[in-house]
Ligand binder design. Sequence first.
Ligand code: ATR
Length: 280
Amino acid sequence: MSERDFKKAAVIGWPLTHTLSPVIHNHWMAKYGISGCYEKRPVAPDSIGDALAAMKAEGLVGFNITVPHKEAIIPHLDKLAPLARLMGAVNTVKIEPDGKTTGFNTDGIGLMANLQQNLPSWPKDRPAMVIGAGGAARAAALGLLNENLPFVVITNRTREKAEVIAKEIGRGRMVVVDWKERNDVALTAGLIVNTTVLGMHGNDPLELDISKCAKDTVVYDIVYQPLVTPLLKDAEAHGLRTVTGLGMLVYQAAAAFKVWFDIMPEYDDELRERLEAVFR
Ligand code: ATR
């Protein structure tokens, strides 16, 4: 086999302690008969340029980018796909055989695909509520604005950051609400998406009163460590439908795999089993 037939991809981040991306992509490479490997590469913030040059020289097909490099990579790339430009962040890079690089952002696609696959009947007759104003909130807002919803509400501890998102991508269909008013908004929302780090292992839980929400309300937490966050436990206890964040990770990876290999891979039972085993 020539070196070219062996396809290499990677994920870069710092520190890159635990990432499930290698499990996902190596599963799909084997499943679709692609000879190659996907590995993790810790890259310190001042080494992005060198790391990119090394990956080009080694002939990688591309790579994923996680914190804290999603924005810092941009000046090093030749081109940006439209969604990456709107997001101001890149999570996937394709390297052409001639070394030219294009940045993509598949986070929003992953977030919406996870919702669509798990609960295609999520309510669209009421506003959706996005909690947080980081990159994931922007991805959620972009995805939700493409749905036929009355409008999208965004709330964040630091209100100004939510205002920037509404102004930059809201197209007049995003409403910013004060952090202390979030419980009132939850009452009327059809979908509630937590994009903050609250509820993640080691952090405080997100305090949100969902006890009076309509019974068809969907609560979606993009935090997946733990798989079932305190918010989702509370929602389940009140009979609400929930979506965990693990699927978002898988579907954003699927969109990246498509960019590199032109195959849309399946979230099959074997992969589900492997990933869920990590959390047991
Ligand atoms: P990412 O880009 O991965 O989405 P981020 O930019 O670090 O992540 O954003 C983290 C989000 O969690 C922000 O919305 C942050 O709120 P601020 O903008 O006010 O910082 C939110 N967050 C973090 N800790 C929080 C806390 N203790 N209470 C409320 N929100 C919190």
